[in-house]
Design a binder for this molecule. Structure first.
Ligand code: CMP
Length: 138
């Protein structure tokens, strides 16, 4: 069993897609074991995306991610990291496979509706960023 961190980004929350996104993950057999809504500060967004510091889109990304509330969610299941990324589709909605969240719902490479950890190692770091042990199902 793996756990991964997913976020519904501000464009997803704004456009009332919280239920739609969670439904897609749950239907694929992933279990929600932690969930919260919060509005990141610019500094928190910079900390969360520290791995992208220095990239040309870093300021745009962190400004956007602190522009409105997000849903942070921990999903559990077999191969949860890869499965979540498959359900989300490629970063750029124009390149995402049909039927994926980003192909169906995302607006652009930046406003791409969802985030999912890209490795088990990053999942542990990202889960710890948002959740304490007592906020997750055992
Ligand atoms: P995410 O999976 O949250 O991880 C990093 C994010 O950076 C990525 O999704 C994209 O939304 C964003 N991103 C990547 N490339 C670009 C880009 N060229 N312009 C704007 N945002 C980008």
């Amino acid at each position: 069993m793996e756990r991964t961190l997913t976020m519904i980004k501000p464009d997803g929350v704004n456009r009332n897609l919280i239920g739609e996104v969670i439904n897609r993950f749950e239907k694929a057999g992933l279990k929600v074991v932690g969930l919260k809504m919060l509005h990141l500060t610019k500094r928190q967004a910079e900390e969360f995306y520290a791995i992208h510091r220095g990239k040309p889109f870093f300021d745009e990304l962190t400004t956007y991610m602190s522009s409105g509330p997000v849903i942070a969610m921990v999903l559990e299941g077999e191969n949860a990291v890869a499965k979540t990324r498959e359900i989300m589709g490629a970063t750029d909605p124009k390149e995402a496979a049909p039927g994926t969240i980003r192909a169906d719902l995302a607006l652009s490479k930046g406003e791409n509706t969802v985030h999912g950890s890209d490795s088990l190692e990053n999942a542990a770091i990202e889960i710890a960023f948002f959740f304490s042990q007592s906020e997750l199902l055992l």
